[in-house]
Design a binder for this molecule. Sequence first.
Ligand code: ASP
Length: 323
Amino acid sequence: MTNNQLTESGRLRHFLTIEGLKRPLLTEIMDRAEQFSSISHQQVKKVPLLRGKTIVNLFFENSTRTRTTFELAAKRLSADVMNLNINTSATSKGESLLDTLHNLESMQSDMFVVRHNQSGAAEFIAQHVAPHVSVINAGDGCHAHPTQAMLDMFTIRRHKQHFPDLRVAIVGDILHSRVARSQIQALAILGVGEIRVIAPKTLLPTDCQSLGVHVYHDMEEGLQDVDVVIMLRLQHERMQGALLPSAREYYKSYGLTEEKLRLAKPDAIVMHPGPINRGVEIASTVADGPQSVILEQVTHGIAVRMAVMSMTLGSQQEQEGQA
Ligand code: ASP
């Protein structure tokens, strides 16, 4: 399910997953985001790139940061944005997902930003939209969250520049995390020196070794000399059965405290995709401390989403020009 997100000339038509993408494309997303992030500091935070375009935020699952930053990104590109509240929409009255989609398409929508609790939902929608419509995956089940991974790569690049020199540790619920999956793919494509995952056995996917990561069950060992620590939330909503002892035990073994952070390099940065659970996976003093870039990640989400939206709709315009 990887390459139908690209046009014949290798441009992004949809943005569904990091898997299968090449380093120059990821670099282009970050370079573009760099340009867009300066717009956010201007008095008028808008460019007319997507004027006249209609973007629909189609969120079947809750979201705060992702939905609002997608909305802001679209507005800063001068597009018209609609937020579809799925609970009050026709799908809950029995209309099928595809009927809802085709109705939205009839309103001349140009892009769907899709969040869904089922893995593969964005891909399914992308397979059924009209040729002029782009789909962006804003998180599907345990599968992928490509814009989150790209804003994380952008944040790392802002602080650390050269990916091959880095040692990055991802800590926590890797098994259920679409963020971790997309991050691991992006870090590997960007040539990061060493990717570590730190988790209890019950929260690791069985195919972990094939992802090209080093696995640690002991957090003290895994954090030694890392440049970047990425903490993950426990995805209780996706867990089946008891995978953990107690929250207290989990925090003791896998919570990031100031003491454990001292094992990483002194200039290591601490990241988290949010929402954070203080005292469950991260201590407040670390989340709010000088090494934390958690709120910066949120800010960068706007520029990175502007980059992805302008690239996908830009490739559509290129194709129309050639037709
Ligand atoms: N916000 C991220 C996601 O949607 C991470 C999380 O929910 O823990 O996957």
